[in-house]
Write a protein that binds this ligand. Structure first.
Ligand SMILES: *[C@@H]1O[C@H](CO)[C@@H](O)[C@H](O)[C@H]1NC(C)=O
Ligand SMILES: *[C@@H]1O[C@H](CO)[C@@H](O)[C@H](O)[C@H]1NC(C)=O
Ligand SMILES: *[C@@H]1O[C@H](CO)[C@@H](O)[C@H](O)[C@H]1NC(C)=O
Ligand SMILES: *[C@@H]1O[C@H](CO)[C@@H](O)[C@H](O)[C@H]1NC(C)=O
Ligand SMILES: *[C@@H]1O[C@H](CO)[C@@H](O)[C@H](O)[C@H]1NC(C)=O
Ligand SMILES: *[C@@H]1O[C@H](CO)[C@@H](O)[C@H](O)[C@H]1NC(C)=O
Length: 258
């Protein structure tokens, strides 16, 4: 019995009951149907989730749209004459399955799978100190990091020429998503970092010569030992200054007549 039901459900999908759509945040989505005069007279209902959250009702006498229990759909829903539902200014939270039912049937007339994607930022490539990034890296390696901020449902990839060198994908909101890459200082291959979702993508090229050969005083070219020496020297200078000040204050106090 269950198997029969399951097979029936499969055959609906095969008959195109199921519509899938990828949209960008801010877009309007049209869940398109053409209801018959009979279906309209009997009444139709749109829900978010199967038989769960009512979104809109339409019948011979009137029509009505709802806000959803959390107000998620407030001022966003419109019904058309054909029974289609229009959702304006969609956000990530409007992703999900939308069902349209006729009053006379338990099974949905059509199901829509809507997936909302955010606008993508351009990735940022920055240099990281190789001592911090990995103990295995040699002094001839330059370690860079490709990052994007505040992204949901994206992949971040490094390309070496036309090949994908490494990739990471996330489905939830990530405040900061990063992917490292180690290249040689003399590397002449072309590298680019790409952020993409099924709708769009952005690319940032790595300029090995610019990023790996610039040498600001405290960042790259100074090796680990040099950094330690700098640290020790500045610490010693600090201690000496404090000692001198303390001595100065004390001798002042002794000499001042109170
Ligand atoms: C509904 O009908 C209109 C015109 O009759 C057609 O352009 C549209 O594609 C139809 N939509 C669906 C979902 O069948
Ligand atoms: C919904 O009802 C209003 C009046 O209450 C009417 O103006 C509008 O055309 C109706 N919309 C549909 C899709 O039937
Ligand atoms: C809806 O579409 C998304 C994106 O294509 C997919 O990941 C998800 O599995 C689909 N949901 C269903 C129930 O098919
Ligand atoms: C990321 O989102 C947070 C919180 O919404 C915001 O404060 C921050 O400015 C955003 N950063 C970027 C780079 O968009
Ligand atoms: C990029 O590809 C070239 C040639 O295919 C290879 O020699 C080089 O090691 C690759 N770079 C990295 C970082 O793997
Ligand atoms: C980026 O988008 C362009 C079209 O805008 C497409 O040709 C290209 O294949 C996409 N690249 C990736 C890595 O998704």
């Amino acid at each position: 019995m269950f198997l029969v039901i399951f097979l029936c459900m499969c055959s609906w999908s095969l008959e195109g009951v199921f519509g899938s759509e990828s949209v960008m945040e801010g877009d309007s989505v049209l869940l398109s149907v053409n209801i018959t005069e009979t279906q309209r007279r009997d009444g139709i209902m749109w829900t978010y989730g199967p038989h769960t959250i009512p979104l809109a009702k339409l019948n011979a006498e009137n029509n009505k749209t709802y806000n959803g229990p959390d107000g998620r759909f407030r001022d966003r829903l419109k019904l058309s004459e054909s029974g289609s539902l229009i959702i304006t200014d969609v956000r990530i939270k409007h992703s999900g399955l939308y069902y349209i039912y006729t009053t006379s049937q338990e099974t949905p007339l059509k199901i829509f799978n809507i997936t909302v994607y955010t606008h993508l930022p351009v990735p940022i490539i920055s240099r990281v100190s190789s001592q911090i990034s990995s103990s295995s890296s040699s002094s001839s390696d330059c370690c860079v990091l490709c990052s994007v901020m505040n992204v949901t449902r994206v992949s971040l990839s490094w390309y070496n020429g036309s090949r994908v060198h490494s990739s990471i994908s996330v489905s939830d909101l990530n405040i900061r998503l990063s992917l490292p890459l180690e290249v040689e200082y003399q590397d002449t291959n072309t590298y680019r970092c790409v952020v993409n979702n099924p709708i769009t993508n952005h690319t940032q090229h790595l300029h090995v010569t610019q990023l790996c050969h610039t040498c600001s005083e405290f960042s790259c070219c100074c090796g680990f030992t040099e950094a330690v020496i700098r640290l020790v020297v500045s610490a010693l200078v600090g201690v000496a200054t404090v000692a001198f000040l303390v001595y100065d204050v004390r001798s002042g106090a002794v000499l001042d007549p109170v």
